[in-house]
Design a protein. Structure first.
Length: 290
């Protein structure tokens, strides 16, 4: 089957930039070590929030990849989605309890915009099995976030983070079980790879900003060069594997591509945090103890 090249529109790049802002906010969750180490509770919240953000990005990206033609309703709901992303990003803080309501409302609004787009496609398309599959998955995940909001109203806030964990796990693994009559031919693999590449490269940009703190113009030492080689090696390994070695012209559902990039993005973000902590000297007590 011939795979046509689908152009990545500029509005998609703008959308990615907003999500990189959300990803950059994640560093606040693990940027305050206690006795030179990151508390496990903070790291757990960081991981869950990372998966939430990346899933939210992926829901809309998948829709654009499969059906997006950038008609008026695509633009309208994309704008609402981006506004919700910014609100959601500004709820990312170590004081989780105070941000439960806006975080879950923002997530619900983001998911509802994507659900609305799929409903429009389900109504307008003849071959709509894939749209129906996505509607079912998104409906279940949206219901879980509604349950989280109800739990807050019932003063059960201590359970909300676990409800959000269920939402993350459901969104991640339900596509493996709720397959339906999914038509893989609607997925444009080259376009999807390019979107992941762009998000990853922009995330590398955050790492480069963190790396530049080591380059002190008043004194020279080998540390900045070593840090630069680390970042360059990671970037080179990514480019070789994803851009050069992988066959982009294929027909598949792309679940492996999606899951692998969850960990790629999180790993780059963790490297950025490590650079900031090393430069600030907050890990020195731990290193001395070791």
């Amino acid at each position: 089957m011939a795979i046509y090249e689908k152009k990545v529109e500029l509005i998609e790049l703008f959308y990615d930039l907003i999500f990189v802002y959300a990803i950059s906010k994640l560093t606040a969750l693990i940027s305050e070590p206690v006795s030179g180490t990151i508390p496990l509770s903070s790291f757990f919240v960081y991981l869950i929030t990372s998966f939430v953000i990346l899933q939210a990005w992926l829901y809309f990206t998948n829709y654009v990849n499969r059906y997006g033609q950038w008609k008026w309703f695509d633009y309208a709901l994309a704008i609402v989605n981006m506004i919700a992303v910014i609100y959601m990003a500004n709820t990312i803080t170590t004081h989780w309890d105070g941000m439960l309501v806006p975080f879950n409302i923002s997530m619900l609004v983001m998911l509802l915009t994507v659900l609305g787009l799929y409903l429009i496609q389900y109504k307008n398309q003849d071959n709509n099995s894939a749209a129906l599959n996505s509607i079912q998955i998104l409906s279940i995940v949206c219901t879980i976030y509604v349950i989280a909001l109800v739990a807050i109203l019932l003063n059960l806030s201590s359970y909300v983070i676990w409800i959000d964990v269920v939402a993350v796990i459901t969104g991640a693994f339900l596509p493996f079980f709720l397959k339906g009559n999914f038509d893989k031919s609607i997925i444009n693999f080259p376009h999807l790879v390019e979107r992941f590449e762009l998000l990853t490269i922009i995330t590398f940009g955050e790492a480069i900003v963190g790396m530049t703190h080591f380059f002190d113009v008043t004194s020279f030492n080998p540390m900045p060069i070593l840090v630069f080689i680390i970042v360059l090696s990671m970037f080179g390994a990514y480019v070789i594997q994803i851009h050069n070695l992988m066959n982009h012209h294929r027909v598949e559902r792309s679940l492996r591509l999606m899951f692998s990039h969850y960990f790629v993005i999180i790993s780059i973000n963790l490297m950025t945090v490590a650079f900031e902590l090393l430069h600030s000297g907050e890990l020195i007590p731990f290193l001395n103890h070791a």
